[in-house]
Design a protein around this ligand. Structure first.
Ligand code: ZN
Length: 280
């Protein structure tokens, strides 16, 4: 398993619209077909956000349900791990951020381990009360948290919740690099994030992505350091400078090529379950 790298695809996110890239999947039908295509290309985990009918981020349990049902109905052989966001709409309530997890019981859900300014325009609030409640609920519902850390302070916060029993070891982190107001995306910072995690939460697994110009550096760095990687249009609508991505599959295929060229192997969903300690 030490040679295996997990590819997570983040298909949609809450922000990019068709104006930014016409290939971003937005509807349950588009997202479910995209997840299937990315699974065939080597993605073991799909991190999903939903959009309302105007293309805005929504935590609508109906949209999550419809997407998951379409995937199961049209592609029953697709055994990809589903990781549903809890942060798809800055105006959602603490309740609507979790109800889809309670109902659908995905294998994973995102857990944003602190608050921050968001895109220089709003507040991304993860109140301590909310984090305590969400951590306990996810344990009860059998949903493994993917701990999104936008800076090293969020890793320290996860260590605190681990000690308090709100989170349970082994933790799995997603280092979100190069987001506005988060830690800038660079190799030096990636090494620092990983070392901070090893020190504060030993035995954890980790994955990472870089937005914008740091995307390649972070992807190749993660492969070299033995971490796991996330790609997709939630984080990048450009495939390369001046070139819009044609699809999420294009990102997954490049990640799979990079992993193999390096001499590592792309983890299947079942191998990812073993690495992440998920029960099927
Ligand atoms: Zn997300």
């Amino acid at each position: 398993m030490s040679k295996k790298t997990i590819i997570t695809v983040a298909t949609t996110g809450a922000w990019p619209k068709k104006e930014n890239n016409p290939n971003v999947p937005m509807t349950p039908a588009e997202i479910s077909e995209d997840v299937y295509a990315c699974w065939k290309a080597g993605a073991a985990v799909a991190h999903l956000h939903m959009r309302d009918d105007n293309g805005n981020g929504t935590m609508s349990a109906d949209k999550f349900r419809e997407t998951v049902e379409l995937l199961r109905k049209n592609h029953p052989e697709c055994d990809i791990i589903l990781n549903l966001t809890t942060s798809g709409d800055l105006n959602a309530t603490d309740e609507t951020r979790q109800m889809h997890l309670k109902e659908l019981r995905p294998e994973m859900g995102s857990y944003d381990c602190g608050s921050m300014n968001w895109l220089h325009s709003g507040l991304f609030i993860n109140h301590p009360k909310f984090l305590e409640e969400l951590g306990k609920n996810m344990q009860e519902w059998g949903v493994k948290p993917e701990i999104e850390a936008f800076d090293p302070g969020m890793i320290a916060n996860a260590a605190y919740y681990l000690k308090k029993g709100v989170l349970k070891a082994p933790l799995h982190f997603q280092f979100c690099m190069g987001c506005a107001n988060g830690i800038p995306g660079s190799m030096k910072n990636l090494v620092f994030m990983k070392e901070t995690m090893d020190q504060l939460c030993p035995g954890s697994t980790w994955s990472t992505f870089g937005v914008g110009h740091s995307a390649m550096e972070i992807m190749y760095g993660a492969i070299a350091m033995g971490g796991h990687i996330r790609v997709g249009m939630e984080d990048n609508v450009m495939y390369a400078k001046g070139q819009l991505a044609e699809s999420n599959v294009q990102f997954v295929e490049r990640a799979a090529r990079a992993i193999r060229e390096f001499g590592r192997e792309v983890a299947t969903p079942d191998e990812a379950r073993e690495i992440l300690g998920l029960k099927k």
